[in-house]
Design a protein around this ligand. Structure first.
Ligand code: SF4
Length: 172
């Protein structure tokens, strides 16, 4: 998994005080957690394991989100609440922070956070920190992955497969 390398690369950028002073992302800000996040199959496996291990998420919401498959046009037909990532807690924090996907790690906004809001179904231009090195790691991670897709779609598919496998083992 490329997560450690991405974190190291981002950490190096934050040694610069200009970066620290200008990145506006903070704990509890979850505007970008209502967009369609992409994951690799390995990331979907990791997140599915967290659920199998007992992490409580809204499975019905995940199912409804997964119906958008990888289509952004379908995703943005869902209302804002329905688009909230299933891993967001009540205070807008990520329940899987240490295992969050690569794209959640590289997103560092330097424009006003409110511009990241898609509450009205519109995406606005946002200015991101130049995270070239970690973006290259993420790109290689995705290129080398057997399958990539929208988080809810790939996660639901992965969970279904794992449940089917378990069912087959138990009924052999
Ligand atoms: S995994 Fe965590 S950081 Fe990523 S979109 Fe979901 S709640 Fe947000």
């Amino acid at each position: 998994m490329a997560h450690n390398e991405i974190d190291q690369s981002i950490k190096t950028l934050f040694l610069d005080s200009a970066v620290k002073d200008n990145v506006k992302c903070g704990k509890g800000c979850s505007f970008c957690c209502h967009t369609q996040v992409s994951v690799t199959r390995d990331e979907a496996e990791l997140l599915s394991q967290r659920i199998i291990d007992g992490l409580d998420i809204d499975l019905e919401k995940l199912y409804l989100q997964s119906k958008s498959e990888n289509k952004a046009s379908e995703w943005y037909k869902l209302d804002h609440e329905a688009r909230g990532c299933v891993f967001l807690d009540e205070s807008g924090e990520c329940k899987v922070y240490d295992d969050r996907p690569a794209v959640c790690r590289t997103n560092n906004v330097i424009s006003e956070p409110v511009n990241c809001s898609t509450e009205d179904g519109q995406e606005r231009p946002v200015r991101l920190l130049n995270t070239y090195a970690s973006d290259m790691i993420t790109m290689a991670f995705f290129i080398n992955s057997k399958e990539n897709g929208a988080l809810p779609y790939l996660l639901f598919k992965t969970l279904e497969k794992r449940i089917d496998r378990k069912h087959n083992e138990l009924t052999k």
